[in-house]
Write a protein that binds this ligand. Structure first.
Ligand code: SAM
Ligand code: TMP
Ligand code: ZN
Length: 411
């Protein structure tokens, strides 16, 4: 069937969004299902396009935010030691730079279980987290962190400004890209931020997604895929300037963007360098994105072929890491329990449930050893080092990891 291409309106600038990849019918990526549930599952069409005007890469359809972020949102940021160390160093950097004046304030949107703010709290610095997902917000509160169980947006941010005064830093990690209403966010940041404050956010980088063919970074919660070009354009629409960028190794490749009010800080050399690199790679060209889409199809075909061959050979294959990303992989590639018996995951809220859409059972990591499978498909490829270090015995037992980033191979 020929792919039906849709056009949509840009979530940033009202330009026209041209579709370049259709990943089909997809469930909510974090909706892990009780095994005995007969409730209808929510599905939407996961397709991605680029704005012809501001270059922002984004989903064609968005999912209502309350369907994704609610009391039972299962993702706990503190589940990874690498991410705990990463966010502790982010916090220490803010404490040493932006938060040195009298009684400073830092506000974080999407603070989750307090993985970053716990370090700020320990330092005794005034802070506030916005976290609409009640369960993880409560986990942060239990650590002594100040949290509002609310979405950050223009009205809630203005309320905090009225009650607490200006913030020197507004921070968001793996959250800005989740929000298809940036106008409201920027109005909120504008209301809340001190005149010389910074708005800092870090998210998966389009440049890494294209370089690694990591199409699993595309799912309901990841509405935008940012680049330096598209973030600079978005910032300028709202009176902000992109003044710094840093490439980050976490989550498969991210960029941390630092924005300041226009004219308040001079953009650093790293901004010009990343913009030039993106130009040289043609990262803002729709043809580059179409080339990426072709590679995605190849990865899908190779992965399905490998898993079918292993099933025919009688090999036992399980997966590791019931990531939100893996919902895109399993549903796009049509991988169910007949190809992958179960997925091991350390998150209690995911265990003993079924993965969204394809209904693969999720088991605790102890099930991995009981006995070891022949092959383990690494869904949490972004945590490869940490997981492989913890599971060295698997290889010693003769087991082999399977990766599909940047291409399908047995490690
Ligand atoms: N910052 C953590 C990290 O990097 O691990 C959590 C990231 S998690 C993928 C995204 C979080 O953003 C979720 O906990 C979700 O509830 C929250 N969120 C979504 N929309 C939000 C909004 N408008 N304001 C504040 N938080 C939001
Ligand atoms: P993420 O890629 O969105 O951070 O999700 C990682 C998932 O992998 C999360 O459900 C927790 C799980 N996980 C493990 O099961 N074991 C581990 O050692 C790590 C780091 C993550
Ligand atoms: Zn646009």
């Amino acid at each position: 069937m020929p792919q039906e291409l849709a056009i949509a309106t840009c979530g940033v600038c009202d330009g026209t969004v041209e579709e370049f990849l259709d990943l089909g019918r997809q469930p909510l990526s974090d909706a892990f299902r009780e095994p005995d549930s007969d409730a209808d599952e929510f599905f939407f069409r996961l397709a991605v396009g680029q704005c012809e005007s501001c270059t922002m890469v984004q989903l064609i359809e968005s999912v209502p935010r309350e369907k994704m972020f609610h009391e039972d949102y299962p993702y706990h940021s503190s589940g990874s030691a690498v991410m705990r160390a990463h966010f502790a160093s982010v916090a220490r950097r803010f404490l040493d730079t932006e938060l040195t004046g009298p009684d400073p304030l830092i506000v974080e949107m999407g603070c989750n279980d307090g993985v970053m703010l716990s370090e700020i709290h320990r330092a005794g610095v005034r802070h506030l987290g916005f976290e609409p997902s009640g369960g993880v917000a409560e986990a942060a509160r239990a650590k002594g962190i100040r949290v509002r169980t609310a979405f950050f947006e223009d009205s809630t941010a203005a309320q905090v400004r009225a009650e607490e005064g200006p913030a020197q830093v507004v921070f968001a990690a793996n959250t800005m890209c989740h929000i298809p209403y940036p106008d409201s966010i920027f109005r909120g940041v504008d209301a809340l931020l001190a005149s010389d404050g910074v708005f800092v956010f870090e998210d998966p980088y389009l440049g890494d997604v294209v370089a690694k063919t990591s199409f699993d970074q595309i799912y309901d919660e990841h509405f935008f895929l940012f680049s330096a070009h598209s973030v600079r354009a978005m910032a300028r629409r709202h009176g902000f300037e992109l003044v710094d960028v840093e490439r980050l190794p976490v989550h498969g490749g991210e960029v941390r963007y630092t924005l300041a009010r226009a004219g308040r800080r001079a953009p650093g050399a790293a901004v010009a360098a990343l913009l030039a690199e993106e130009d040289a790679r043609g990262l803002s060209d729709i043809d580059t994105l179409r080339g990426f889409a072709d590679k995605v199809i190849r990865v899908r075909d190779d992965l399905v072929e490998l898993l079918r061959r292993l099933r025919t050979d009688g090999s036992r294959v399980v997966a590791y890491g019931a990531t939100a990303k893996s919902a895109t992989v399993t549903n796009f590639c049509d991988i169910g329990p007949e190809l992958v018996s179960y997925v091991c995951d350390s998150t209690p809220a995911k265990q003993h449930r079924l993965t969204p859409g394809k209904h693969i059972p999720v088991r605790p990591p102890t099930a991995f050893r009981d006995p070891y499978p022949d092959y383990a498909l690494l869904f949490a490829w972004n945590h490869a080092e940490e997981i492989m270090a913890n599971e060295q015995e698997f290889r010693r037992s003769g087991g082999r990891w399977i990766s599909y980033v940047p291409n399908v191979r047995v490690l």
